[in-house]
Design a protein around this ligand. Structure first.
Ligand code: PEP
Ligand code: MG
Length: 751
């Protein structure tokens, strides 16, 4: 049974489209369970259950038999959300007979609901002419198939497969939830990678001339290297040197003898170059794919991207010249830098990846280019989607494929609004962030890449509230040397001097592993992360601290902040590490001023230790992203629990309120640098809590300034007290939206 189950599931996953998946299910389940009929009913946008595939009933009724949720045994299954197992269905009071289906003498009946994330997607039914009560393991079998099918149904673009019972369904069609990669919304046209370059589609072939085959492979490698260099040059000016370093990574991988020589060895064993390349690339990629950490898995994307480019060279001997639409959205398993570079400047509007997360190179790249990106949509067949319209919502990490006119209209309005809003907001650039009752609020920026500095220079901010120092570490193949770090930090400090820059020491682990510093952990978020790593590894920590301290000489605008502080011992040890670095630099002749020292409040235990921590720090910064994750026990990067991750949860609000109050009582300034500070609704609450410094990404800055200039701190306090008494995040969100509208800030209300 298990083998049959696995085979059916595998075939469903590999199906070209939804109809094919349904056909596979009904055919194979009927055979596996030895029944007379197997059928699937799928819920349409009007909540009717439509017969979408059958093996055993009259095929002409497919798409025609349709039941409301209160009708038939199918309706009963969806209402109960539990299997129904009947020896003789015709005797059941809910039974409904459809003579046109040909189901004359069907008695035995087993149906399981198809449920995905609490949503009823349909019903899977098997029927038998004779009376038959299905055994427990048969019910389990059908339920397991049903669970897989429900996920497939939820991912499929429902509206394009199911005839609606009534015209004009208004819900979004083909909504797929992924992970936010880069902020922004856009509507565009899907561009898939060149179909020629699909490695998995290559078949084996015996080469006519092995020597010739080897020569053409080596030539293809050379051409690919040249092409990558040319792409890197084309990106000059569009990306920082730092981000363009990813091209060097590709060129480096290609230069590695083992990859090239392994392909050659396979050619010599008697396969043609594309076949040898396919096997070598998939072997290398598999090693990375099996890694536990996200970053290493992302390197498998790089290997496959390179493989496709070589294949393209091999098959065509010329680079495919592709015509791009003016609003291209690159969609793929992964989207390589080289693909991005191929799109003429100004025509690339967004990126969507089936794999990856916010730490993938692609996300970093999209943020650098200022275009929205959605990551981690999950494995699905997208091969028929080239040229299809798509909406990319980088704020919420979701896309709509083949959206309904209503969704397009809605997002068009949003895009237009975003445009108008940004024009309106530009006027605020040089104005103070002061509330209507004259409370001044400091606005800081969160930065990571050197490209962020160019954007920041034009925004008139008070400080850099968070410099994520791990970013330069993430775009390299090895730890950057102290000197290299010094150069980067110096540029950052210089470009903001005399305004303060809060540099956070390396925060790796969890969702931010480094490719060259891999650790395998069962539960990385609760493992070796942030300050725990750097304290354990003075060989990494000391060079970073020295580079920061040296970069500060003559500028004196550096503040150092430590991530993931959860114990007093950690902050004491971190301070000592700074003292040691300063002392050693002093001995070497560098007189480094003492920077202010801060701790991030993002581990719940730190929130309850503020008075003690205050003895060792000059300031606090609240990391609301991790704090929400740890308080609510919800993985911040897991799409399955994404709806549960909400910084407006009243428990989170109470914790924040207390932290801000405690810091104030201890006389230590506190800011918020997590995403919460960038959310206009939440910003009302933070203002009400007495927060006077907000730090956020550049894209949110002027919106928050607008909010602060339109609101009074007094009203914010009243809103806060109401919110903290509420029961859940949704009610709080409604309250905040009302407040935004009341203040004339309706445009800031999330769509
Ligand atoms: C946070 O956790 O809120 C934060 C700002 O840090 P990061 O998102 O880099 O973990
Ligand atoms: Mg954090």
């Amino acid at each position: 049974m298990l083998e049959k189950l696995q085979e059916i599931m595998w075939r469903v996953t590999a199906a070209g489209d939804l109809n094919e998946a349904l056909e596979i299910v009904v055919r194979r389940v009927k055979a596996a369970m030895n029944t007379d009929v197997c059928s699937v009913y799928v819920r349409d946008p009007a909540s009717h259950y439509v017969l979408m595939a059958t093996e055993g009933l009259n095929p002409s009724v497919v798409g025609k038999i349709r039941m409301a949720a209160h009708e038939g045994i199918v309706g009963l299954v969806t209402r109960r959300q539990a299997p129904v197992n009947l020896a003789n269905a015709a005797e059941h009071p809910s039974y409904r007979h459809f003579p046109e289906s040909g189901e004359q003498q069907l008695s035995g009946f087993l149906a399981v609901p198809l449920v995905h994330f609490r949503q009823s997607m349909g019903v899977l039914v098997v029927q038998q002419k004779s009376q038959r009560v299905f055994a427990k393991d048969e019910v389990a079998f059908l339920s397991t198939i049903g669970a897989q099918l429900a996920a497939t149904l939820s991912y499929a673009a429902l509206g394009s497969h199911i005839p609606p019972s009534a015209p004009g369904p208004t819900g979004p069609v083909g909504l797929i939830q992924g992970l936010p990669g880069a902020p922004g919304v856009t509507i565009g046209t899907i561009v898939l990678p060149s179909p020629l370059a699909e490695l998995d589609a290559v078949a084996n072939r015996i080469p006519d001339d092995v020597a010739q085959e080897e020569a053409s492979f080596r030539c293809a490698v050379r051409k690919t290297q040249e092409e990558l260099r040319a792409s890197a040059e084309r990106m000059q000016g569009r990306l920082s040197d730092e981000t363009r370093a990813i091209f060097d990574v590709y060129i480096l991988i290609l230069g590695q003898d083992d990859l090239v020589e392994e392909v050659v060895a396979r050619i010599r064993l008697g396969n043609w170059a594309p076949g040898a390349l396919r096997d070598t690339i998939s072997e290398h990629a598999r090693v990375f794919e099996q890694a536990d950490d996200v970053y290493l898995r992302a390197r498998a994307e790089d290997i496959r991207a390179i493989g496709r480019r070589i294949l393209l060279q091999l098959l065509s001997n010329v680079t495919a010249i592709k015509q791009y639409p003016s609003n291209a959205i690159l969609l793929g398993d992964e989207v390589s830098l080289a693909r991005v570079a191929d799109v003429p400047s100004g025509q690339l509007k967004g990126i969507v990846c089936l794999r990856g997360s916010v730490v993938s190179h692609t996300s970093i790249l999209a943020r650098g280019l200022g275009i929205p990106a959605v990551m981690g949509l999950g494995a699905r067949n997208v091969s028929s989607l080239d040229g299809h319209p798509i909406i990319v919502d980088g704020y919420r990490g979701r896309v709509f494929i083949d959206p309904l006119p209503a969704a397009i209209q809605e997002y068009r309005r949003l895009v237009q609004h975003e445009g108008q809003l940004s024009v309106k907001l530009t006027g605020l650039r040089d104005l103070e962030a002061t509330t209507t009752d004259e409370v001044h609020v400091g606005l800081g920026l969160n930065v990571g890449l050197l490209t962020d500095m160019d954007v920041a220079a034009n925004l008139g901010v008070d400080e850099v509230g968070l410099y994520r120092s791990e970013f330069p570490f993430m775009t390299r193949e090895t730890f950057p040397m102290e000197e290299e770090q010094y150069e980067i930090y110096r540029k950052v400090l210089q470009s903001f001097a005399p305004k303060p820059v809060t540099m956070r020491t390396l925060d790796i682990g969890g969702d931010k592993p480094l490719p060259y510093f891999s650790t395998t952990e069962e539960n990385p978020y609760l493992g070796w992360r942030g300050i725990r790593v750097t304290l354990d590894r003075p060989d990494i920590f000391q060079p970073q601290l020295r580079a920061m301290l040296r970069a500060n000489v003559g500028l004196n605008n550096l503040r150092i902040m430590f991530p993931m502080i959860g114990r007093i011992g950690e902050i004491k040890a971190a301070r000592q590490a700074v003292d040691r670095a300063r002392r050693e630099l002093g001995e070497a002749g560098f007189e480094c001023p003492a920077p202010l020292i801060g701790a991030m409040l993002e581990v719940p235990s730190a929130l309850f230790s503020i008075p003690t921590l205050s003895r060792y720090v000059d300031f606090f910064s609240i990391g609301s992203n991790d704090l929400t994750q740890y308080l609510l026990a919800v993985d911040r990067n897991n799409p399955s629990v994404a709806p549960l991750f909400n910084h407006l949860d009243p428990a989170v609000l109470r914790a924040l309120h207390r932290a801000i109050r405690d810091a104030r009582r201890c006389g230590k300034p506190a800011s918020v640098c997590g995403e919460m500070a960038a959310d206009p609704g939440s910003a009302i609450l933070l203002l009400g809590m007495g927060l006077r410094t907000f730090s956020m990404n550049a894209s949110a800055l002027l919106r928050i300034k607008w909010l602060i200039r339109s609101f009074s701190s007094q009203r914010a306090r009243q809103v806060l007290y109401r919110a903290m008494l509420m029961e859940d995040a949704e009610t709080v969100r409604n309250l905040l939206n009302e407040e935004l509208r009341w203040a004339g800030l309706g445009e800031l209300v999330p769509p």
